[in-house]
Design a protein. Structure first.
Length: 107
């Protein structure tokens, strides 16, 4: 099974927070995690179809599980290094200010 460090709701919160402050990197990692979750679910549905070779889909699902775990670990690292509040999944004030200032300079 696919173990999740982050719920779908938490992933959405990270994307929303990153979008507000134009900090794309955490959001890009989230996009990949979501894609891996979709791929995993797709493989499960293919695996049970009697017309398919279950070994093929199990092999893809197995690698997807490992890739998903690695990307979730990466997201945890990024959030930690940037100082995000893990309980609320809010970007730290200093990074928010830095991103806002960068946007203002570009305008």
């Amino acid at each position: 099974m696919l173990k999740k460090q982050f719920s779908d709701q938490e992933l959405q919160q990270i994307i929303e927070e990153a979008t507000i402050y134009m900090c794309a990197c955490p959001a890009q990692v989230v996009v990949q995690i979501r894609g891996l979750r979709e791929l995993f679910q797709y493989q499960l549905s293919c695996e049970i179809d009697p017309g398919n070779d279950p070994a093929v889909h199990q092999a893809i699902a197995d690698v997807t599980v490992r890739a998903h775990a690695m990307m979730e670990d990466c997201l945890e690292q990024v959030l930690s290094m940037e100082g995000w509040d893990r309980a609320t999944l809010q970007m730290p004030e200093g990074l928010r200010r830095k991103m806002s200032e960068a946007v203002e300079r570009d305008v």
